[in-house]
Design a binder for this molecule. Structure first.
Ligand SMILES: [Zn+2]
Length: 540
């Protein structure tokens, strides 16, 4: 149970420190809580729950029945562990324990409950209590990842702590308690001052985004999907670790290592082959950077003596060498998504060594595009090509570059996105060849496709492609709104004049890149009749 309260500097949350000898997370600061007890499933107690029925609770958890027991357990555990009882008294007021008599009476009851000498149902009956289940909101669900030795399956609730009560630890399972701002708890964890387990850490990250409990509870009560949060084991240079939703490698590790053996790498290293399926391998070029993430991904399709390459990468001898070795010289087709210098220049090198056919769209005449790339076959939107035992469908996706193509591997519903969608960074739309209106249209085009995974030009495999596309569109629309607001407040203004206001949230070192995207937004707005330009000054 996550208990929050309003304090002078924002939300505070109650954390209890576990005893050092606890089975899991000894010494760690956790939310009060515990294990579902058979006595939580009680018909009488169910009638004492305010504002929720077992049917409604079960529906939320996708259970046939018995969901309400979780609400009851949360309230019971919170009382047993933290001494806070979310209940209404006989006058339907939230229980107050701040007068000495009532306080000590309930302290006794808590002891009896903890000792198993009394049940919650009995306590409610004799003291005319009703459980304040209406004050709880379901928060999230954590399951230990497959392959972990100790499994847990935990549902988190959140509630505003009752005002006329103070928490106290029980000196058994928990040895201390603190009210702390979520951001401060996270900072103290990073500084190594306190121990947190991951579900606590991840929940605090969410809490840190809210300034007061009413906004927090509004969010918590908003109907939303409750994906089960589960960790995934991963492998890397510094041993095995856990991955969580939001980590870049999460989807890929889940796909390639469903049983959680911890055999899949969580890092992308240049020249190291990652086998993504029977037909698809990924080799990343040694060109990591701000714009290229871990480096440019080259994909090899097929096996044996018929190999196709997607995005051979930059003109880098070592990378070309690795590709030739991995394909054992059997490269017959080279596709490129677009001809930026980090994606296509190796094509010509590989063609000379293997005689492979080059496929894609020609470069615009611009030094930022690879002028050495001359396709043997110019591809058309919608065409299907069968190569290396795979069927690829060509999807023209201008925006980032006018000659940008995505390739859908139909057999696996895997989309090679090039730079149309990148992992972890916003795609640069740089005029004159970058085109924001086209970029929007190209994202919307993908909304009509049935895709399972995205294989980006930079980064790991990503799942839930439609959520990603939706997020990208929203992000661009938000930015467009900021541009319109800045035009209203500051216009007529130059790009430089608008930039700080539109890209407040972007670090200034990225501003030289951001100014190009700003320009792209303005050109789109101008074409739509929503902005005008005179002598480099923009207005609405
Ligand atoms: Zn690019």
């Amino acid at each position: 149970m996550i208990l929050v309260r309003d304090a002078a500097q924002g939300i505070e949350v109650l954390l209890m420190q576990r005893g050092m000898d606890a089975a899991v997370g000894g010494g760690a600061y956790v939310f009060p809580g515990g294990v579902l007890d058979s006595t939580d499933q009680d018909e009488y107690l169910a009638t004492r729950c305010v504002g929720i029925t077992d049917a409604a609770a079960s529906r939320l958890f996708n259970l046939e029945s018995g969901g309400l027991a979780y609400w009851i357990a949360a309230i019971r555990e919170c009382f047993e562990e933290a001494g806070l009882l979310l209940a209404y008294d006989e006058n339907d007021d939230l229980l107050a324990l701040d007068d000495t008599d009532t306080g000590s009476r309930f302290a006794d009851l808590r002891k009896q409950l903890n000792a198993g000498e009394m049940l919650l149902a009995e306590m409610c009956r004799t003291h005319h209590l009703r459980l304040a289940t209406d004050r709880l909101a379901y928060f999230n669900h954590w399951i230990t990842g497959a392959g972990r030795p100790r499994r847990y399956d935990t549902r988190f609730f959140i509630a505003v702590a009752p005002q006329a009560q103070s928490p106290s630890h029980d000196d058994g399972e928990t040895v201390s308690n603190i009210w702390i701002r979520p951001a401060e708890a996270l900072a103290r964890y990073r500084d190594g001052e306190i121990e947190l387990i991951f579900p606590t850490f991840k929940s605090l990250e969410v809490l840190a985004g809210f300034n007061d409990t009413s906004a927090m509870m509004d969010f918590a009560r908003t109907p939303r999907p409750f994906p089960s949060m589960s960790s995934r084991a991963r492998a890397g240079r510094d041993g095995r670790h856990l991955l969580f939703p939001g980590d870049f490698a999460y989807a890929e590790v889940g796909k390639l290592d469903p049983e959680g053996k911890g055999t899949v790498a969580y890092e992308i290293l240049p020249g190291v082959v990652a086998k993504l399926s029977d037909k698809v391998r990924r080799i990343t070029a040694p060109n990591p950077g701000v714009m290229t993430g871990p480096g440019t991904n080259t994909y090899l399709l097929g096996a044996g003596d018929e190999i196709a390459v997607i995005d051979p990468g930059p003109a880098d001898d070592a990378h070309v060498q690795v590709l030739l070795e991995e394909a054992k010289g059997h490269i017959r087709w080279i596709f490129v998504t677009h001809t930026h210098m980090d994606h296509s220049p190796a094509a010509e090198f590989l063609r000379q060594k293997t005689g492979a056919q080059l496929l894609g769209l020609p470069s615009p005449r611009d030094a930022r595009y690879d002028q050495s790339f001359r396709p043997d076959r110019v591809l058309a939107h919608g065409e299907r090509i069968s190569v290396a035992g795979c069927t690829l469908r060509v999807i023209h996706t201008p925006g980032h570059a006018p000659n940008h193509l995505c390739y859908l591997l139909e057999d696996e519903r895997l989309l090679f996105t090039g730079d149309h969608i990148m992992q972890g960074s916003t795609v640069v739309i740089s005029p004159p060849h970058g085109d924001m209106a086209a970029y929007f249209a190209s994202l919307r085009l993908l909304q009509q496709e049935d895709i399972a995974y995205l294989a980006p030009g930079h980064g790991f495999l990503m799942d839930k492609p439609q959520e990603m596309v939706e997020r990208l569109l929203l992000h661009r629309l938000e930015r467009e709104n900021k541009v319109l607001n800045a035009l209203r407040d500051l216009g007529p203004a130059t790009l430089e004049g608008l930039l700080p206001s539109v890209y407040k949230d972007v670090p200034t070192r990225m501003h030289p890149v951001a100014i190009r995207s700003l320009h792209a937004h303005l050109i789109k707005l101008k074409a739509e009749g929503r902005a005008t330009e005179r002598d480099g000054h923009w207005s609405r």
